[in-house]
Every structure is written in C-alpha cells, then in structure tokens.
Design a protein around this ligand. Sequence first.
Ligand SMILES: Nc1ncnc2c1ncn2[C@@H]1O[C@H](COP(=O)(O)OP(=O)(O)OP(=O)(O)O)[C@@H](O)[C@H]1O
Ligand SMILES: [Mg+2]
Length: 356
Amino acid sequence: MNPVVRAVDVGRGNTKFIVGIKEDGTPQCDMFPSQAAPSESLRDQDAWGAKRKTTTVPIEGLFYEVGPDVHLAADVFSANMLQNDHYCLTPEYMALLLGAVHYMQLEHIDLLVVGLPVATFKQRRWVAALEKKVQGEHQLGNGKRVTIARVKAVAQPTGALMYYGLAYNRVAELRKERSLIVDPGRRTFDWIVSHGMQQVEKRSHSVNRGMFDVLQSIADGISRTTASQYRDYDVIDRALREGKKPVIFQSDYDIAPHLAMALKIPEQAVAEMTRYVGDAADLKNIILVGGAAFFYRKALKAAFPRHMITELKDPIFANVKGFQYAGTAFSKTHQVGVGPELENPEVPHVLPRSAL
Ligand SMILES: Nc1ncnc2c1ncn2[C@@H]1O[C@H](COP(=O)(O)OP(=O)(O)OP(=O)(O)O)[C@@H](O)[C@H]1O
Ligand SMILES: [Mg+2]
C-alpha cells in the first residue's frame, strides 16, 4: 500500500493544504484563513441557522475554532498571534495545522510536509522543535484522533521550486541551474536562491513586507480621506485582487490615489532582496509565487529588467503542491522515517534528491 503523504503550508494569512488526491493523481488543494479563535469550552453546535464551516481543536486546555467561516467566531486580536518569528511553536499554529489535518479526514498520515518562512527555517532549533511537536498522536475535533508518523519541515519557497520543476518539465535542467524563488504573502516577503535543489542560505531570507503592509497603507489613505478609522483590510484586499471599487460608507470608493504609496511596500521588499541577491546575472530562473504575487510583479520586473519572470498558475498553492510532490516522491524511494538526506544533520538544507 502506498504511504499516506499530505502537506500543509500554514501562512500568516492563509492555511493551505492538500485535502486529497484526485483520480488523475494530482493533489487537490484547499485553504482557510489563518485565524484561530480560542475559548475555554466547546461551543454549542449551531442550534440556530446554518452550520458554520469550522472545526474546534483542543490544545493545551483550550479549544481553538478554525476553518473557512472563522470570521464568524474570531475576535480581531487572535490573528496577531502569528506575527512573531517562532509562530510555528504557538498553540494557534498547531490549531491551524491540525484544523487542516481534520479536513483531510484521515486517521493516519505516514509523512506530513509542512512549510516555514525562510527566516524561521534558518533557526534550526525551532525546526527540530516543530517536527517533534507535530509528530505523534493528536486529538482533533469531535473526538477524532490522528497519528502523524513522520514530519518534515521545509522552507516555504522550496515547495514552489519543486512544483515549478514538475509543472514545466524542467527537473533535469533545474538540478544544474541557479534560481530565485520569490514568495510574497500576507505578512512576509520570502525568497530563496537555489543552486540545483540546494538552498543558498546566505542569499535567501525573508522580510516583514507583505500584503498586510500594503493593505495598511491603503487603509491609512482611506482613513485620512474619509476622516474615519478605516480598518476593513479584507475589503481592500478583495478590491485589489478583483480590480473593483470597494464600497465604503455606502459608495464606491476609488482606491487608485492610494496605490502609488502602497506600491512602495513591494519596492522596499524587492530592494532589500537585491541586497542579498545582487543583479541576479547568475540566475537562470526567477519564479514568482505566493498569494500576493499579483501586487509584487511590477516591482520585481523593475528590479530585474533583463530577466523573464515566471509566474506559476494558482500561485497561492504553489508551495503546498510542491511539498506534496516532494513528500510523495521521497516516500516512494525511501522507507519513510529512515531517509538518509533527511536524517543527516550536516546537510539539512538539501532537499530530498528523490523530490524531483
Ligand atoms: N482566493 C484568495 N483568498 C484570499 N486571499 C487571496 C486569494 N488569492 C490571492 N490572495 C492573496 O493572497 C494574500 C495572502 O497570500 P498567502 O496566502 O500566500 O500568504 P501567507 O502565505 O498566508 O502569508 P505569509 O507568507 O506572510 O506567511 C492575500 O493577502 C491576498 O491578497
Ligand atoms: Mg506564504
């Protein structure tokens, strides 16, 4: 029987995961907002009205509600828990991870691949602590349990590199090339430079210049113009993605005058990245992924005018799909749990060769 492999990418904006494998063998992705609403007791299940799409995960004596409809439960402060660099060790992170596992509807997982921001991934003790914490048996909502036999944490953008190799059928070439993978998300702007499948650590990093800062900049502009305290970030986010005017105080609001200022965020993020990456003359591929790719495209093109920038389809799911493919390939060629590349502490940044 094939080992059961699944992947989760707990971002600071959205938790992306592989909910199952389609008949054609491709992974089926899903996501929910990365917000967890804690409470002391289990909520009475929806006596009135439609059932809300959430699940409740018990962790360290509290109950955390997570899922697509969490906005109906969450208080505004809970999202802030995911901001520190070791967020992967908070109960909120665990609740989101186990919430994703809940939606997979499995009792046993042989290998779970999880992603971390590049800066967090550099802190080896946090990576080891996370893997240890996630491995084992866990209680999910509704009295269900899951056993996770093996956990592998990887830097988030490495998933996209793996996915790119497969999607473009360039696996063999990629092994010899240098690539830059740029992954703007809700809170962090991550990038890695890879040589073949290895991450070049001193040229890879992340900075806190994500879509959240963009939304905050526009919200400040709206607040000034309307003499209010405008804070509805999700409305601005949707308006930017869909190219529509948001409705504010019952009227269509033109956010265009605030865009010049908001575009400074991607410019600053890319400027910081170029301090690590240089002019990228040695880089064969520049790959743009992450949910915020659409807003960072312009700044990236401006910084690397002589390169072609490759944007992956469904950029928000690129990392988690890559994790899934890598985990599956790895589990096929190694008995999960005894992989030499993964066990050797001397080469922790080497992706499993079998991944591509
Ligand atoms: N279907 C969607 N639903 C919600 N947001 C989306 C969607 N498609 C694109 N986005 C964009 O994705 C952004 C978040 O990107 P992403 O999910 O990659 O961040 P993250 O990985 O959770 O955050 P981080 O990398 O900072 O930890 C949102 O701010 C939004 O602009
Ligand atoms: Mg991300």
